[in-house]
Design a protein around this ligand. Structure first.
Ligand code: TXA
Ligand code: MG
Length: 327
């Protein structure tokens, strides 16, 4: 691991590492982020592996400004008002993702929405400028640990996993960004954070609907937290049966008679994670009733792949189709 003072040379090297698909930890005004190039599905998969997250939670994408955000989401008046008031700063906006966006599917765990924020920390901004790619970054702690607010915390938690830790001293705020959902009729408080919700309500001129638990939305279906295929999934399938599509993994790709997609012919879990949601979506679009899914090893990021597949395979009541609880 390389922990470096965040001087211009280190920032330039960190930007190159990001562009190569490596992970870089960097300071923001809230907490340290574990960054990866948001347009590189494989880099995002390795980020989930490093976090030790047993599931794919949607990630916040960091951009420089409103122009950088508008390339990826359907912008709105409310988004504009909030960004003018609080960007750069500790506010994250969740908006509908644009079809043409270059952001990898895995970043939002297959959801049609994307979380974006423009951080104000000068090191984070210099890194975004030098890398010239949107950067997905969860808090730079191992899953289940508290968020890291110093470079030493990051080193303790993730030292071996990252190409570089940019040390910009302790984070000023120490509490994560406030996350606001702007995808439905009502603005939602998805996560309380550094911007007080009362300040947000003042700018919007209306109250926020609160979801302090981050769990099931007040209105069922208002915020699907996961992409759910229409087809049923049959897991641990060695082969597809007649009429089934096949989501393959590794050298056994089926017999070629069914619609099939191989997540990774070489059996590489990072590659499989990066293509999981697009693969499910394409097979689902073929109109089959059942997608047979090859066994996926339960190691590394395979744990998160299997978690996602098991939840996609679980029976869903009609009312909560497309939503499986907390992310
Ligand atoms: O201050 C912060 O927000 C820090 C710094 C590094 O920017 N980042 C951070 O990321 O706290 P993370 O991954 O630890 O938390 C992301 C939060 C989660 O609560 C997640 O569920 C929510 O944002 N989120 C991300 N994308 C979402 C989406 N598409 N829809 C709904 N919620 C989303
Ligand atoms: Mg976190």
């Amino acid at each position: 691991m390389t922990r470096r003072d965040a001087d211009p040379q280190a920032i330039a090297e960190a930007a190159c590492a990001l562009r190569r698909g490596e992970l870089v930890a960097f300071p923001t005004e809230t907490v340290y982020g574990l960054g990866a190039n948001a347009t590189d599905g494989r880099a995002i998969a390795s980020l989930f592996a490093a976090k030790g997250r047993p599931r794919f939670n949607p990630l916040i994408v960091h951009v420089l400004d409103r122009a950088g955000a508008k390339r990826h989401v359907a912008w709105s008046e409310a988004a504009d008002a909030l960004a003018v008031a609080f960007w750069p700063g500790p506010l994250t906006l969740v908006l509908p993702k644009l079809d043409g966006s270059a952001i990898a599917d895995l970043v939002s765990a297959g959801l049609p929405n994307l979380a974006l924020r423009a951080p104000s920390h000068p090191v984070a901004r210099a890194l975004l400028e030098a890398a010239d790619v949107p950067v997905a970054a969860p808090s730079a702690n191992r899953s289940g640990h508290v968020s890291a607010t110093t470079a030493a915390h990051v080193a303790d938690d993730l030292g071996d996993m990252v190409a570089m830790i940019l040390d910009g001293g302790p984070c000023r705020l120490g509490i994560e960004s406030t996350v606001i959902g702007l995808t439905g009729d009502e603005p939602l408080l998805l996560r309380p954070g550094s911007v007080p919700s009362a300040d947000i309500e003042t700018v919007l001129g209306r109250p926020l609907t609160s979801r302090p638990d981050g769990g099931t939305p007040a209105t069922p279906g208002a915020l699907p937290s996961h992409y759910a295929p229409r087809a049923a999934l049959r897991l641990d399938a060695a082969e597809p049966r007649d009429g089934e599509a096949f989501l393959a993994f590794g050298p056994n790709a089926g017999d070629g008679s069914s619609p099939a997609i191989n997540l990774s012919p070489s059996g590489d879990l990072l590659e499989a994670a990066a293509s999981l949601f697009a693969g499910l979506r394409r097979l689902d679009a073929s109109g089959v009733a059942v997608i047979a899914v090859a066994p996926i090893p339960e190691t590394g990021v395979g744990e998160a792949i299997n978690d996602r597949l098991r939840r996609a395979a679980a029976p869903r009541p009609a009312i909560s189709r497309g939503e499986t609880g907390a992310a």
